[in-house]
Write a protein that binds this ligand. Structure first.
Ligand SMILES: *[C@@H]1O[C@H](CO)[C@@H](O)[C@H](O)[C@H]1NC(C)=O
Ligand SMILES: *[C@@H]1O[C@H](CO)[C@@H](O)[C@H](O)[C@H]1NC(C)=O
Ligand SMILES: *[C@@H]1O[C@H](CO)[C@@H](O)[C@H](O)[C@H]1NC(C)=O
Ligand SMILES: *[C@@H]1O[C@H](CO)[C@@H](O)[C@H](O)[C@H]1NC(C)=O
Ligand SMILES: *[C@@H]1O[C@H](CO)[C@@H](O)[C@H](O)[C@H]1NC(C)=O
Length: 941
């Protein structure tokens, strides 16, 4: 139903790529030639050449039909999309039944913002977007007055593994990677579709984060992993509300042979590890396979040309040779099911999406694409792409980089992850999309938008950040005629946000998929009467000129005066906020005055350095809790790790306890991230591999510290154990019940002894137990009831909200890691998914008066630059004050672990911007013990 003078745009940019052009010309010739011989001509021929058997004619005819299918260009769409388009997923029985009018929205339409618009959608399609006027009303419509709330298109995640995996994750339902000796590293012929379980509850969690469409891919174990498919994140959306895979598909309602196809490929570390080849071997395996596919494609094209010619000439001998059975008994057009997807890639009909991190791997893949003339739709993960944007661009293939904003450092290929990668790629004109890689809690696709927000805070412009999770992935996947935009004619996938989408903890108030609301309506109603500020968040500021060489200037001058402090979270001054700005006077690293200008200036000498801030904030240094910081640099590489206690030692023997203080290497990328997050101290426990972890150490994150000069602020902080699925191991504790019994034995049998176990039993050293499950947690409550002297602390505690009352009554504090946790394993199946689906877990804990601080889950040191944001987000979810947020990641952790800190000499950090919102930079971070400078502007990566 395109309007005639609108240029038709081919959805696969491949068709315009210089790589494919000559080939497509050939296809067009075949296609037109075939079309030119009309049906009547065939019948005429049949009549005139009676020597050709009916059987041969039918076979020839079938082959030629298949030629047409194989060579037909992918479906075309006209742009702009006509407003009267139908949504193929809509049905009269189960689809959106009444029109909806969203009145007075602030709309980000996938490209730009528009203020005060009315959005009307019906039958699952957006029909009109008009300027808000009092007059707008639609017969029979449900009207929601948004009073300026932001609406965006449903977010598009171009890399997810939900549905092919599943929550809670089980061995029995992990269908992500086809790893089998019989198929090996090339499995282009398997399909994610065949693994989908249309009941994975993660789908609903993901939708509640505003992510309405996801590309579901096979994993990255194989060089070619199989075909991917796009779903809408709406379970049981069909007419009968059943767990039906077909009804999840974006292209449900479109004939199966007309649907889009995508291939997942992988290079580098993963296939290398799984199959033991080198990069050379991987490249050969792939090229050899493409050569086979190319040969088949060429044979097919030759057959199609000869068949079309033979049909015209009606030569019985030629026809019968064309349809004669080949060596494999197959008649006619050569086809191999095993090569079908790869031939589809060579024909530009299957979009290529490649997991590829390293510069050399991306360069090599581009080389292969040129050799075999296929187009790469996107490089996924691609954490080093910021180093080679021009190389990627020079391919001429308009390759999208589908990446993580900050997830990284977990393996060698991710160690070059750069928080400003999005900004760099964007500045070079490389399209950037953010994606989840959803499997478990650490990749939860529900929080896709927070990646765009993080990237924005590190310099990706606002609109580019919003496009990176809407229109960019939709275009990259060639579905930008339906999703990724909120415009007339598009699927009515819309999200109403409670605040600016790039602000901390922006949460959907309502998510429409195909025009149907998926969340309860109460949230929206209360927000309508209570609108929030829509002010956009900021980008982390660059240092002003006078802050150049800040560190050396401060070191060379005893007195420094910093002005423009809008808010203080220190207890040193009465005044905490000031619109004119407080000033802080620092002498030799000690704060000598924090207050109004006239109060402080007299105490400062004339020649003091003045640093003028616009929106200064001063906070205590934050304290992180980690099982890896300083002990394990790259989790997948043993050579970067201190190691773990053997699972075979006897944990009852205190001699087997290890001490983190002897293993600390206080440097690395995670320390850089900690410093720019205002984290000045961390408690690191030994990395567990079973029940016994060891004794944690208190370390500082400041630059260039060593264990001889101040890297360690407290030798022994607490004694750590694990109780739960992670504690199961050969001898330490083969069962969870053994772990509980051994913990009891250690704490009951060592009272009064002068060993680390004795100190723990006497309550002189806190005992931190890493535990997640509510029943396991109740075992710890029981232990505490039986042995009140023990200072028991629980780390992790994902299911703690379910037993909050008992924890409060037993006075057991938590170092809680599930403020944004997920029910991704059986052990944590009752962890709260969080707003807008459930109550906030932090709210439940705080209302029950449980004492807790916040930390990230194990092996999340890559995230330390965001510790303040995490606390602020949790506080927003739970309705807590900014002061409480700061305490959750500083004072509470210290109190819970009995770390003595004098408020007068604690570490402090001065920021330009508000570190509880995105877009604040650390200006100066000072060690409270000796007044030394831990870090200063400009930020390191
Ligand atoms: C083909 O032959 C049949 C009978 O043999 C005849 O009925 C039919 O009209 C012929 N068709 C054409 C297109 O000549
Ligand atoms: C739309 O919402 C804005 C923001 O709340 C408000 O200022 C404006 O008056 C509203 N416009 C109409 C037409 O209701
Ligand atoms: C390149 O891809 C991006 C994202 O898919 C798209 O927005 C842009 O228009 C494309 N550019 C060209 C020249 O096709
Ligand atoms: C830290 O050490 C590096 C090199 O070892 C040096 O370049 C840098 O100036 C030092 N920084 C501070 C704050 O001491
Ligand atoms: C939590 O503490 C507050 C203040 O002490 C008290 O008012 C409230 O009743 C307590 N809540 C519970 C659930 O015990």
């Amino acid at each position: 139903m395109g309007i005639p003078d609108i240029p038709v745009r081919l959805p696969h940019k491949a068709l315009r790529s210089r790589l494919l052009f000559p080939y497509l010309l050939l296809l067009a010739v075949i296609f037109l030639y075939w079309r030119a011989l009309g049906t009547h001509r065939i019948i005429e021929l049949i009549n005139s050449s009676s020597q050709v058997s009916r059987v041969d004619w039918n076979a020839l005819e079938a082959g030629l039909n298949r030629c047409a299918e194989l060579t037909a260009p992918p479906a075309q769409y006209s742009f702009p999309v006509p407003a009267d388009r139908e949504n193929p997923r809509w049905s009269a029985l189960g689809g959106q039944s009444k029109p909806v009018l969203l009145r007075n929205a602030t709309l980000f339409d996938g490209d730009l913002f528009q203020e005060s618009v009315d959005i009307v959608f019906e039958r699952g399609v957006i029909r009109t977007i008009t300027t808000t006027s009092d007059a707008s009303s639609i017969e029979g419509a449900i009207v929601q007055d948004l009073n300026g709330l932001v609406v965006t298109p449903g977010l598009v995640d171009m890399h997810s593994h939900h549905l092919v995996g599943g929550w809670p994750s089980f061995r029995a339902t992990n269908d992500i990677n086809e790893i089998h000796p019989s198929t090996g590293p090339l499995t282009p012929f398997v399909r994610a579709l065949d693994s989908i379980k249309a009941y994975d509850p993660a789908t609903t969690v993901i939708a509640s984060g505003g992510v309405t469409s996801s590309l579901i891919l096979p994993g990255s174990a194989n060089i070619m992993g199989g075909e991917a498919v796009i779903v809408k994140n709406f379970l049981r959306a069909g007419d009968h509300g059943e767990e039906n895979v077909e009804e999840l598909l974006l292209e449900h309602g479109i004939p199966k042979d007309k649907r889009r196809r995508y291939m997942k490929m992988a290079c580098g570390e993963n296939p290398r590890r799984v199959y033991g080849h080198t990069r050379m071997g991987n490249a050969w395996i792939l090229r050899e396979h493409f050569a086979r596919a190319k040969e088949l494609r060429d044979k097919q094209d030759a057959w199609c040309l000869s068949a079309a010619a033979a049909r015209e000439r009606g030569d019985p001998a030629v026809i019968s040779s064309l349809v004669a059975p080949g060596p494999d008994g197959h008649r006619g057009l050569p086809e191999e099911l095993e090569l079908d997807s790869t031939v589809g890639i060579l024909r530009g009909q299957v979009g290529v999406n490649i997991h590829c991190y390293e510069p050399e791997d991306m360069e090599d893949m581009i080389l292969h694409s040129e050799e075999f003339r296929f187009r790469i739709q996107a490089f996924h993960h691609s954490l080093s792409s910021w180093k080679i944007p021009e190389l990627i661009k020079a391919s001429g293939q308009n390759i999208t980089v589908a990446t993580f904003a900050d997830f990284g450092l977990y393996k060698v290929e991710g160690y070059e992850s750069n928080l400003r990668a999005g900004k760099i790629l964007h500045e070079h004109g490389v399209p950037v999309a953010y994606k989840s890689d959803h499997v478990g809690e650490d990749t939860n696709a529900k929080y896709l938008l927070s990646q765009a927000a993080t990237a924005h805070s590190f310099g990706l412009p606002e609109l580019a950040a919003l496009r990176s999770v809407t229109s960019v992935p939709a275009k990259s996947l060639g579905v930008d005629h339906r999703i990724g935009y909120a415009r007339p004619g598009y699927d009515a996938d819309l999200v109403i946000w409670d605040s600016h989408p790039l602000s901390v903890g922006a949460t959907p108030l309502q998510v429409y998929i195909d025009g149907r609301p998926t969340l309860s309506t109460d949230k929206l109603q209360s927000a309508q009467s209570n609108p929030r500020s829509l002010e956009g968040p900021k980008i982390r500021p660059e240092p002003p000129k006078e802050a150049n060489q800040l560190c050396s200037r401060i070191e060379n001058s005893r007195n420094v005066l910093i002005t423009g402090i809008r808010k203080s979270y220190l207890t040193l001054s009465q005044e905490k906020t000031s619109s004119e700005g407080l000033v802080v006077a620092i002498n030799s690293g000690k704060i000598t005055c924090l207050g109004r200008y006239d109060e402080c200036v007299s105490t400062t000498s004339q020649n003091s350095n003045v640093i003028a801030l616009q929106n200064g904030h001063i906070l205590p240094g934050l304290t992180a809790f980690s099982t890896t910081l300083g002990l394990l640099e790259i989790p997948s590489e043993k050579s970067t790790s201190d190691g773990s206690v053997s699972p075979k030692v006897n944990p009852l023997d205190a001699e087997n306890v290890v001490y983190a203080k002897y293993g600390i290497h206080p440097e690395g990328r995670a320390f850089d991230r900690a410093r720019i997050g205002g984290v000045t101290r961390a408690v690191t426990a030994p990395i567990p591999d079973g029940f016994l972890s060891g004794v944690s150490v208190g370390i500082k994150t400041g630059l260039n510290k060593s264990i001889l000069d101040g890297a360690i602020f407290q030798d022994d902080v607490a004694l750590h154990f694990v109780v739960g699925q992670e504690s199961k191991g050969p001898e330490q504790a083969p069962t969870v019940s053994t772990a509980v019994a051994r913990l009891r034995e250690i704490l009951f049998e060592n009272k009064g002894k002068d060993t680390i176990y004795g100190k723990a039993a006497n309550g002189e050293v806190p005992v931190v137990v890493h535990s997640q499950n509510k029943h396991d947690i109740l075992q710890l409550v029981k232990l505490k009831r039986d042995h009140g002297a023990v200072k028991l602390v629980i780390y992790g505690a994902s299911e703690a909200p379910a037993v909050a009352k008992e924890l409060a009554a037993a006075d057991i504090p938590l170092i809680f890691t599930a403020a944004h946790g997920a029910p991704d394993t059986w052990e944590k199946k009752d962890a709260l998914a969080g707003p807008p689906l459930t109550e906030s877990p932090v709210k439940v804990l705080s209302e029950a008066n449980v004492t807790f601080g916040l930390a990230f889950p194990p092996e999340s040191d890559w995230h330390l630059h965001s510790l303040g944001i995490e606390a602020s987000w949790a506080a927003k979810d739970a309705g807590l004050s900014p002061e409480t947020a700061v305490n959750l990641v500083s004072r509470n952790i210290e109190r819970i672990l009995d770390i003595p800190v004098d408020e007068k000499s604690r570490d402090f950090v001065i920021y330009e911007g508000n570190p509880l919102q995105y877009g604040a930079s650390v200006v100066l971070s000072v060690d409270g013990d000796d007044g030394s400078i831990s870090t200063c502007w400009p930020e390191s990566q």
